[in-house]
Design a protein around this ligand. Sequence first.
Ligand SMILES: [Fe+2]
Length: 186
Amino acid sequence: MTKKPFAGISRFRQQLRCLQTFFLPDLTYDYGALEPAISGKIMQLHHQKHHQTYITNYNNALQQLHDAINWNLAPTREGGGETLKGSLGYAINTNFGSLEAVIQRMNVEGAALQGSGWVWLGLDKKLKRLIIKTTANKDPLVIKGPNLVPLLGIDVWEHAYYLQYKNVKPDYRKNIWKVMNWKYAA
Ligand SMILES: [Fe+2]
């Protein structure tokens, strides 16, 4: 049987390409057509380098935004909650002892966070180790250090759980791990 745990994600990636990739249209005239007022060289540089860079950066930013919003989590049929034995599993065991220890520590940090915010499992690129940190409100992990890269984040704003779990926040923190996208984190 072919295992396709991430079929949903590939489909999503495709949709993303269709919906959110912008491109720079060609000019309707040659680069040199405005000479001598504006040289062909300047027109080419302006169009192919400056304008193209804005488009490329915009597409990259949208991709990153989409990654951050949608891929922390996955339905169980697409691998949500499945833990890993690869390099992330190894790093977790080395840095924290066990996956259970990570989950417990992130849940404790989430419980201790006053008000709205996020609990992060991240990588410290400089120290080459995993870290767990919280940020307030909409602050990204990088605010705690320029070397920090988020691997997964748990939204602990009330809007993320209150309608379903009411004041029983521990149940939300317990159940979120059942749909955690560890493969994406890895
Ligand atoms: Fe949220």
